[in-house]
Design a protein around this ligand. Structure first.
Ligand code: FMN
Length: 188
């Protein structure tokens, strides 16, 4: 490590990201990320997902999806992904590379799956019952049951490429090495 590098258990990129989210807190689209992964057809696929927060006291990002979606099978076969996230207001880009774990109704982390489900808005829950009438969905949701196809995507980052497009461009690469984050400035 060079003199300018720093080391920490929770990445400083995470504090930087918390600040970016705070600066754009009035913009719903600031929580939309682009998730790229390999599909089960062996090709790269990219799509928008909503960032749902971090698992407490960790670097793990939470997203949700439906096990009936194409990305599900792809993620099971190829858990290596990259998120690209641009904050228009603060002119910052994060490219978060890492490995995902998909928590389904058959996984052991049922508590987290339940917690995330109950944190969702009614309209987000309704997406999982698109084939049913709205009144029926409202009733089902009210009962608190979780649809079988609901799954949580946990992303454990292994490297974060941060780019700030201010007057002076700044680029910082953070890497997880032996469970510790190392950060170094890159030019350009
Ligand atoms: C603004 C926005 C937010 C979205 N959020 C999610 C999400 O949180 N989870 C999800 O599975 N799909 C979400 N989607 C739909 C995905 O982008 C994608 O179209 C869908 O999941 C199917 O992707 P796949 O074929 O790669 O599985 C969102 C789409 C948009 C435009």
């Amino acid at each position: 490590m060079s003199k300018s590098d720093t080391q920490s258990v929770i990445g400083s990129w995470r504090q930087r990201l918390a600040r970016s989210l705070h600066l754009s807190r009035s913009k719903a689209h600031a929580r939309f990320v682009q998730l790229a992964s390999l599909g089960h057809d062996g090709r790269v696929h990219n799509r928008t997902l909503v960032f749902r927060g971090f698992v407490d006291n960790t670097d793990q990002l939470i997203m949700i999806t439906d096990t009936r979606s194409d990305k599900y099978m792809g993620l099971i076969q190829h858990p290596q992904v990259e998120i690209c996230w641009y904050f228009e207001k603060s002119r910052e880009q994060y490219r978060i590379n890492g490995d995902v774990l998909v928590i389904t109704n058959a996984s052991s982390q049922a508590d987290l799956r339940e917690l995330v489900w109950h944190s969702l808005s009614l309209s987000a829950k309704e997406q999982f019952y698109w084939y049913l009438d709205k009144a029926v969905v409202a009733e089902i949701v009210e009962q608190g049951s979780i649809p079988d196809s609901f799954s949580v995507i946990l992303l454990q980052p292994v490297s974060v490429d941060y780019l700030y497009l201010g007057d002076e461009h700044t680029r910082t690469i953070s890497q997880l090495v032996h469970k510790k984050w190392q950060e170094k400035p890159i030019n350009p």
